[in-house]
Design a protein around this ligand. Structure first.
Ligand SMILES: O=C(NC/C=C/[C@H]1O[C@@H](n2cnc3c(NCCO)ncnc32)[C@H](O)[C@@H]1O)c1cc(-c2ccc(F)cc2)cc(O)c1O
Ligand SMILES: [Mg+2]
Length: 214
């Protein structure tokens, strides 16, 4: 009965997942999006790469650009050590409203701060608003043409430190060619491409992992 697709995804979670079990929440979304309605979640295949990079980095403070319905928010938050935090940015109020409910259903709301608004406005306020020195990990999954400007903004705001890991979704499909050029040609990044597939599909896509060198 949910009128929008995000609302139908939330319904699928409420119907098929176990409250407080993050794994069952994103598995329910994956099942729904694979068998009922495709949606632009990072998905289960690229999700395993996200999981492995997160486990390696074990961030104390992480940033996500583009919450959408909270699928990757839940995937990331479930792997954070006690006391670690994820700030996720979403400017569409309808998506944010669904994401808040999915995050709460998964029981990870204590690790997550969902901030509503455009990343371009919020990034410069991160230090003063959240008392952040710098991010240990950034997941980029918002509009693809905003990856470069927002990365530059993070640099200019002093929010990246030596060793900060940026992980960008969709560098092949839909593609973020300027971003790949930027991080691969800059002496300030050590970049690596993780080949995978577009969520719930056989089309190639991948994640670019870029370590800021300071
Ligand atoms: O377009 C894709 N993602 C965009 C995500 C946008 C979400 O992030 C929010 N958002 C966007 N910009 C900002 C912003 N700042 C920037 C603006 O100020 N500040 C805050 N929030 C922002 C939106 O409100 C959405 O919630 C995509 C497409 C395919 C795809 C592949 C193949 C196909 F055929 C079709 C689609 C696959 C994927 O995995 C994808 O991620
Ligand atoms: Mg994506």
């Amino acid at each position: 009965t949910g009128s929008t697709q995000p609302q139908r995804m939330l319904e699928a979670v409420q119907k098929n997942a176990t409250k407080g079990d993050p794994e069952s929440v994103f598995s329910a979304i994956d099942y729904y999006c694979r068998h009922k309605e495709w949606a632009m979640n990072v998905g289960d295949e690229k999700g395993l790469i996200l999981d492995s990079v997160l486990t390696e980095v074990n961030p104390s403070i992480a940033l996500e650009l583009g919450t959408y319905c909270g699928y990757s928010t839940v995937r990331i938050a479930r792997l954070l050590s006690p006391g670690s935090k994820l700030i996720t940015v979403e400017f569409n109020p309808a998506f944010a409203a669904v994401a808040r409910q999915i995050i709460a259903y998964a029981g990870v709301q204590d690790k997550v701060t969902l901030v509503e608004g455009p990343s371009g406005d919020l990034i410069p306020k991160m230090k003063e608003r959240f008392g952040i020195k710098s991010f240990d990990f950034v997941f980029l999954d918002h509009w693809k043409d905003r990856y470069v400007p927002d990365t530059k903004l993070l640099e200019d705001c002093g929010l990246l430190r030596k060793g900060t890991v940026l992980l960008a979704d969709n560098v092949i499909c839909p593609g973020a060619p300027e971003y790949l050029k930027y991080v691969r040609n800059s002496p300030r990044y050590e970049s690596r491409y993780f080949k995978s597939n577009l969520e719930y599909s056989k089309v190639e896509d991948g994640l670019e992992k870029s370590v800021f060198l300071g």
